[in-house]
Design a protein around this ligand. Sequence first.
Ligand code: SAH
Length: 356
Amino acid sequence: MLHLLDLSPEALGQWLADRGQPAYRAVQLRQWVLARRATAFAGMTNLPQRLRDELASQLTIWTTRVVVHRHAADGTEKLLLELADQNRIECVLIRENERRTICISTQVGCAMGCVFCASGLDGVVRNLTTGEIVEQMLRLQHLLPADERLTNIVVMGMGEPLANLAALLPALDVATDPAGLGISARRITISTVGLPPAIDRLTDAGCQYHLAVSLHAPDDALRSELVPVSRKIPLIDVLAAADRYFAANHRRLTFEYVLLGGLNDSREQAERLAELLARRTALLNVIPYNPVAGLQYRTPSAKAQERFVRVLTDAGVNVQVRTRKGDEIDAACGQLRRLSLDATAAAGQVTVQTTG
Ligand code: SAH
């Protein structure tokens, strides 16, 4: 079976043309799946019955199944999806005023090895396909009532997005396509550990997405410890690549900084970070460490967080402290999958849990 969501509009058009179908069938089909939230070919009433039967026998819309669906009191919902090969990934819907933001994954696991992150603790298993990335968007879209739309996407789930650009960019084409999900590129953020050649690919491709670059340390020595992949990538190269992206499309850059008590939250470190960022049109997103089971890092106290932020704002840096969403449902990347890896060995079956 082919995964419908893996087919580009052109490939779908070709598939239909091979069966003697006119080009507008591809438009109808995409409209059913992407806009009208159809879950099966059978109900696509403006397609000939024979075509519906043929589609159903050769193409599948869904390759994942929902293993866990959690709701938090703040409106956040999280899905743990099982892929066709039994691997599991996470995606999240965040409700904030009028915004309906989804957080999606690009890989099973992650190879970057950031020491405080649950996603990479067991390394990377594989890249997701375009279809698997689009499927997360649709699964989350289906959680919304019919009169609500997805408004924003953050590619901040499991995995390093820039290590899987070949699958991600076509998936984001579906998201931005007015005939797809119709989400403006300016409302899509790609978060990266900071891989300069891949950032340059985004620049060269003329991408209009927001870029968020994970720094986590103001100097190479500490960054190499916290973000092992950066041992071979000096901060200055990461910043230069980010600057080229900014020069090309003028999207304000975001830098992310996980605040780890006693490790990267001192006044001196804030001052050095301010020096790095002061001359850039950038937002610094400070993320207080979200505890991961089995890891010994500390979330700094509110006072320590404030002190860190004040040094930066006094130096003219634009800072935002990321508020936590869906805390009680393990909404931080990779946590739910890890819990399920531990638990499913014993329990094995579908669990639908509701908290809050
Ligand atoms: N691979 C991408 C996306 C990671 S998730 C990247 O490195 O940017 C988005 C952000 O959450 C990253 O900045 C990541 O470092 C951060 N993060 C990961 N684990 C965290 C934790 N336990 N607490 C707080 N932030 C975390």
